[in-house]
Write a new protein. Structure first.
Length: 246
């Protein structure tokens, strides 16, 4: 039997990029997987088809992480559909970079809503459906550990908030046997941050390994934490960054 057989996962932002890789990897490892998406219904349906092709149950829910009611409803819908939730992966994120003087209050609100408030609310909502052994895994960023170039004030601020959330959740939920951890990727080749984009060469040069990571390489760490590898890990921030912060 696969390591996550009988487990149920919810991955936010699972239609593309890191979230899609995580959803598929958890399904490969045996989990039934629900995912949320913002607007890309076709891409989300494609991921669900691939989950089902692996013999698992899959579900796509349209839910803007900026909308508190939508976040809560997605959690409840996934739990209703699959009967429980064992693994929450807070992955959906807004990658807004730019000079500090050019970022508006609306930019700040939107980024904090999606990157910070949504993981908080999803963790809160999932607890009603999560038993002992539950795992809350949030996708942060290596930019919490190293700010290597200008333009990351807002994004870095938002991702750093997740360190505090993760440690506090670990303390509060430990007595219930639920863990909380943060996975902090370095430059990963996705539509948000293409390796062949204008900032690609700079980011590549900032890593120790001299290359971008693949979404599957982040998914492997998430799967490790979701499975037996995560049993005694909680409150941790784990870089998957090719040495970007080294
Ligand atoms: P992508 O832009 O490639 O994919 C984003 C995914 O999230 C899509 O599935 C998208 O749905 C969904 N999404 C975006 N906004 C929302 C929203 N408001 N509500 C619900 N779903 C949403 O991003 P990545 O895969 O690159 O990034 C995933 C996470 O990893 C983010 O938190 C990001 O900050 C973090 N990260 C990424 C790094 C990188 O280099 N790529 C580095 C460090 C961290 P749809 O398809 O419908 O638009």
């Amino acid at each position: 039997t696969a390591v996550l057989d009988g487990k149920v996962a919810l991955v936010t932002g699972g239609s593309r990029g890191i979230g899609a890789a995580v959803a598929l990897r958890l399904a490969e490892d045996g989990a039934d997987v629900a995912l949320t998406y913002l607007g890309n219904a076709e891409r989300a349906a494609d991921v669900v088809d691939r989950i089902k092709a692996l013999g698992r149950r899959g579900l796509a829910v349209r839910a803007d992480s900026a909308d508190p009611a939508a976040v809560r409803a997605a959690v409840d819908q996934a739990a209703a559909e699959f009967g429980r939730l064992d693994i929450l992966v807070n992955n959906a994120g807004a990658g807004v970079l730019g000079p500090v003087e050019e970022l508006s209050a609306a930019d700040v609100d939107r980024v904090l809503q999606v990157n910070v408030r949504a993981p908080f609310l999803a963790a809160q909502a999932v607890l009603r459906h999560m038993a002992e052994g539950g795992r809350i895994i949030t996708i942060g960023s290596c930019m919490s550990e190293r700010s290597a170039f200008a333009g990351g004030s807002l994004y870095g601020m938002s991702k750093s908030a997740l360190n505090g959330l993760t440690r506090s959740l670990a303390r509060e939920l430990g007595p219930r046997g639920i863990t909380a951890n943060l996975v902090q990727p370095g430059p990963i080749d996705t539509e948000m941050n293409p390796a062949d984009g204008p900032a690609g060469e700079l980011q590549r040069s900032l890593t120790a390994l001299g290359r971008f990571g693949q979404p599957s390489e982040v998914a492997a760490m998430v799967a490790h934490l979701a499975g037996d590898g995560g049993r005694y890990v909680t409150g941790s921030a784990i870089l998957v960054d090719g040495g970007y912060a080294a």
